[in-house]
Design a protein around this ligand. Structure first.
Ligand SMILES: CC(=O)SCCNC(=O)CCNC(=O)[C@H](O)C(C)(C)COP(=O)(O)OP(=O)(O)OC[C@H]1O[C@@H](n2cnc3c(N)ncnc32)[C@H](O)[C@@H]1OP(=O)(O)O
Length: 415
């Protein structure tokens, strides 16, 4: 096998050339640092291989510094793995494997950060590296004028007004960041302020004939209370307006989201509204009156979570029920997690994981723990499916009851 060295990517132009060839996209005209906005210089990494072409790195990856909302209304630091790409000349020779090993070591050595998370380009890639699917994401399409019923929220929704802005308007990125950070459900991720500046970038090559992204702010008591980010695409069917609205963020408390959605399904000249990043039990489906009352519900994988430092990650979230389970964890790529742990949670929601020589009640791969980390991946169902092995009957359900949450994890914004 070729020697692969992973370290800082110090040449932004070379980084972007790799990205462009990996994703077969056109080169953007904007300066490299503008294109990389939001990806801190010390969070850009590259793989070098002897004899590689000097113009592009053989492999690249980057990390957005994110905060992840974990059970118990806590925001914890999270390494947002992104910009992963291996040059077509170097694929299937272990470059990704070397980069992910490097990433896990970096995260392990970063004080306060214990988990990594990502959105996968393809579902088959990341499970083998210990990422578990932590949330299921719904894309919900609503027809224009869909009635959204929520008697318990009417009074609050009635106090919300909405006001349209464009991402290029002054201060929009900061307002988005403030709103997003103020109201997050477990499962959601929040970026650093620069991340929202990135979201607001409008490269001409991306824009072409498209509408610039609009931000519909919700206002209550003279302050921002949430927002929706959307763009419309005009369409006409037999001379009837049938434009589509694509919504990428819907942020705020439930009553605020309801008010924003009511405005979106009432926009002129549209036929449908497509909402990304819904949770498995999304409020929108309930407000519409069930899946058949929508114009379509599609299910995708949401956030993939990788527990990098097992005991620290477990201590960072709140647990839902007491448990005392001995778990044998298989972890090839972060060997410091590999082995047997006694996991105990108390009635106050605190958990401790300690090394033990006791016999395991349950054997599972580390990705199963990533899957359950946000309260979503059902470990008892996993055991039934033969993807975790119980030595003590009921051990998987015991651990699951302690990790699960009342509602499924929220959808995560794309990063
Ligand atoms: C978080 C994000 O940024 S998601 C974006 C990921 N990037 C992309 O999809 C861009 C296009 N694809 C690529 O750049 C590359 O194909 C990558 C990054 C997916 C894989 O890089 P490679 O260096 O080829 O992977 P590597 O050689 O380390 O492969 C490791 C293993 O994963 C497997 N694997 C790699 N890619 C895939 C895939 N797309 N589907 C299924 N298995 C895969 C390999 O077969 C190999 O298996 P093995 O260990 O059993 O032999």
């Amino acid at each position: 096998m070729t020697d692969i060295e992973v370290g800082p990517a110090t040449d932004p132009e070379r980084f972007l050339r790799t990205d462009t060839v990996v994703w077969f996209q056109e080169m953007l005209a904007a300066p490299a640092e503008t294109q990389l906005l939001g990806l801190p210089a010390d969070q850009r990494f590259a793989a070098e291989v002897d004899g590689a072409d000097e113009t592009a790195y053989p492999g690249i990856y980057g990390v957005y510094p994110l905060e992840l909302a974990v059970p118990g209304d806590r925001l914890v630091p999270c390494a947002g793995l992104t910009w992963v790409g291996v040059h077509p000349d170097h694929r299937r020779r272990g470059v990704l494997t070397a980069m992910l090993r490097h990433h896990f070591e970096q995260v392990r050595d970063t004080p306060g950060t214990h988990v990594s998370a990502l959105h996968a380009s393809e579902p088959a890639i990341y499970g083998r590296y210990g990422y578990g699917l932590a949330s299921v994401e719904l894309t919900v399409t609503l027809s224009r004028g869909t009635t959204l019923t929520a008697p318990g929220l009417e009074e609050q929704a009635g106090t919300v007004t909405t006001r349209l802005a464009t991402v290029t308007d002054a201060d929009v990125a900061r307002r988005m960041y403030d709103c997003h950070r103020a109201v997050v459900d477990a499962g959601a991720v929040v970026g650093a302020p620069e991340f929202y500046e990135r979201v607001c970038l409008q490269f001409p090559e991306w824009l072409r004939d498209k509408e610039p992204w609009r931000i519909l702010f919700a206002r209550r008591d003279g302050r921002d209370a949430g927002f929706a980010m959307f763009r419309r695409t005009p369409k006409w069917d037999d001379a009837r307006p049938a434009g589509t609205v694509e919504v990428h963020f819907l942020v705020g408390e439930p009553a605020v989201r309801l008010a924003l959605l009511r405005r979106l399904v009432d926009l002129d000249l549209i036929g449908s509204v497509r909402l990304r990043s819904g949770s498995a039990d999304d409020l929108v489906v309930a407000w519409a009156g069930g899946p058949r009352a929508t114009a379509g519900v599609e299910t995708y994988d949401g956030l993939w979570v990788r527990v990098v430092d097992l005991p620290a990650a477990f201590a960072a979230r709140t647990w839902s029920a007491p448990c005392d389970v001995v778990v044998e964890v298989a972890d090839r790529h972060a060997p410091w997690n590999d082995g047997t742990w006694r996991i105990r949670a108390d009635a106050d929601g605190a958990a401790v994981a300690e090394r033990t020589v006791a016999d395991a009640d349950l054997r599972l791969p580390v990705e199963a723990l990533g899957s359950a980390y946000l309260g979503g991946g059902n470990l008892a169902a996993l055991a039934r499916a033969g993807l975790a092995q119980e030595a003590r009957p009921g051990a998987a359900a015991e651990l699951w009851r302690a990790m699960r949450t009342d509602v499924p994890p929220a959808g995560s914004m794309m990063f």
